[in-house]
Design a protein around this ligand. Structure first.
Ligand code: SF4
Length: 285
């Protein structure tokens, strides 16, 4: 795999289940789209539209008063486009649209207001670490790197995000030529009825050399394991199958559980998944 370029999400996928990585990144099965992911993409799109205009000189007040309809239109277009691909809705679509708009507004009012971007939002950056190409997108950056995360519940296992945070710090240094002040994951928790709220998870300062060493170790392990073809279906033991989008292509899954979520009805969220499953939203973005 001479052209292998790793990213935070592909390494995360590999750590949870090597076979899922193989199905998604080698066999190129895209898996099924879901409403949660569509909402996340739409809020990102609205935020990107906001930051592009801010980078060009618009103020927060101008954007929220005069240009908000344009931002919302970009959000809505992305949401409709993504929802079109959802075959089995994991939540009511009409309610998700309302919550998605509300989440964008809350994010802009509570978080984006204080961020003055110094680079283009959603900038794709590539770095080489231990000789391994690594790439990612920075949602937005000022003195800090900020990553936007849209969830329906508070993340419980925040340590799972440490790898991503180090990667963002490294990519920021490549893009700007300077050290980040902090790496912040801006979780927006969207609620069924109430206003979404902001829950930042900070690295606590610039990423330190020890963290970069650990990051390089994990990246090297993943690259070596992939080169050796070690694609074990680990999701069956650790519960990751529960939210895997490629169960339909996974023979070990089907042999073990003798079913796919789709067989349980129109709504895959009715399906409990394998026994002993682990809370989903903490695994996948
Ligand atoms: S269904 Fe489970 S075992 Fe199969 S690829 Fe997905 S996570 Fe891995």
């Amino acid at each position: 795999m001479a052209d292998l370029i790793l990213s935070a999400s592909s390494v995360d996928t590999f750590r949870r289940c090597g076979y899922r990585w193989y199905l998604q990144y080698v066999e190129r099965h895209e898996g099924s789209q879901n409403v949660r992911a569509a909402v996340g993409l739409a809020v990102h799109k609205g935020a990107e539209a906001y930051y592009l205009r801010k980078l060009a000189g618009a103020s927060h007040e101008e954007l929220m008063e005069d240009a908000y309809a344009e931002l919302l239109a970009e959000h809505d277009a992305m949401l409709v486009d993504e929802l079109f691909d959802v075959e089995f809705p994991d939540e009511p679509i009409d309610k998700a649209i309302v919550q998605s708009r509300r989440t964008l507004r809350a994010y802009l009012e509570d978080v984006a207001v204080d961020i003055e971007p110094v680079i283009e939002p959603e900038l794709a950056i590539e770095a080489t670490i231990n000789g391994i190409p690594y790439s990612g997108h920075l949602d937005v950056a000022d003195e800090d790197v900020h990553d936007i995360k849209i969830k329906v519940a508070k993340p419980r296992f925040t340590d799972d995000y440490a790898f991503q945070q180090v990667g963002y710090g490294i990519l920021y240094r490549v893009a700007t030529g300077r050290k980040e002040r902090d790496v912040v994951l801006d979780f927006m928790i969207r609620l069924k009825r109430n206003r979404p709220y902001h829950m930042p998870i900070r690295n606590g300062g610039p990423v330190d050399d020890q963290d970069i060493g650990r990051f390089a170790g994990i990246l090297t392990w993943a690259a070596n394991s992939i080169a050796k073809g070690q694609f074990e279906p680990k999701g069956i033991e650790n519960g990751a199958c529960r939210w895997c989008p490629v169960t339909a292509f996974c023979t070990p899954y089907q042999e073990t559980f003798n079913a796919t979520p789709q067989e349980y009805g129109q709504d895959p969220s009715d399906y409990d998944g394998p026994r002993g499953g682990v809370a989903a939203e903490n695994f996948w973005d």
